[in-house]
Design a protein around this ligand. Structure first.
Ligand SMILES: C[S@@+](CC[C@H](N)C(=O)[O-])C[C@H]1O[C@@H](n2cnc3c(N)ncnc32)[C@H](O)[C@@H]1O
Length: 209
């Protein structure tokens, strides 16, 4: 069977450099176009990941780091389930400005391809949805997510199927398993942006310290 050419499905997938990606998001946020497109495309990443996280994170006060929070769609979904203790991080200030007021405890402009300025063992969970994709955030960010997460904390993320192997996420995930840094709880192909014929791997891992 011919391999699916995911990189051609959505224009932003053509961008390789962080500054190009940021310019694209800054414009995409104007007039709430990003949020509207996500509704029109039936983008299910935030809903699917929230539903997986709440199966395992039963504490509604859990401190949750939303890495690449964008306009806050993950916070919106988790709030529907009674969670409220969110810390958001994203590199696009324009998208951060669109996060509904009061939804997150703290919002920071952060480049997730660099060390994260958060304490070790601070969060109960990390969510990273839609942000492991073409030209965005690379596998070493997973080391940082583990560092800032408590022992037995949870890391829940999507990885666009088009970069899972190309960017080495498959190898990184396996290495972290071999090194006993985390254990796999769930890993499956999710719908994600099925309307555009783009799916993502959805993983939930428990941190071991
Ligand atoms: C597809 S959006 C997902 C946003 C949100 N999580 C959602 O599901 O709607 C990807 C996000 O990654 C952010 N991003 C891309 N590169 C980044 C980087 N190097 N550091 C931090 N955020 C980045 C973008 O600004 C954008 O908000």
């Amino acid at each position: 069977m011919a391999q699916k050419d995911v990189g051609n499905k959505i224009p932003i997938y053509k961008l390789k450099k962080t500054d190009e990606v940021m310019k694209y998001y800054d414009e995409w946020g104007e007039g709430n176009k990003y949020d509207q497109d996500m509704v029109d495309w039936n983008y299910t990443g935030p809903k699917e990941t929230a539903e997986v996280l709440i199966k395992y994170e039963k504490n509604k006060d859990a401190k949750i780091y939303d890495a690449g929070c964008g306009t806050g769609l993950v916070g919106v979904e988790l709030k529907k389930h009674g969670y409220s203790n969110f810390y958001g991080a994203d590199l696009s200030q324009k998208l951060l400005d669109l996060v509904p007021k009061g939804l997150y405890q703290k919002l920071d402009k952060v480049d997730l391809n660099k060390p994260i300025e958060e304490e070790d063992n601070f969060f109960d969970a990390v969510m990273c949805v839609g942000t492991f994709t073409f030209g965005h955030v690379k596998p070493p960010a997973l080391d940082e997510f583990i560092r800032i997460t408590k022992n037995k904390g949870l890391i829940c993320f999507t990885i666009n199927e088009g970069i899972h192997e190309e960017y080495g996420f498959d190898k990184k995930i396996d290495q972290l398993k071999k090194d006993n840094k985390w254990k796999e709880v769930e890993f499956f192909k999710s719908d994600y942006i099925a309307s555009k014929d783009v799916n993502a791997w959805l993983g939930l891992y428990e941190v071991i310290k």
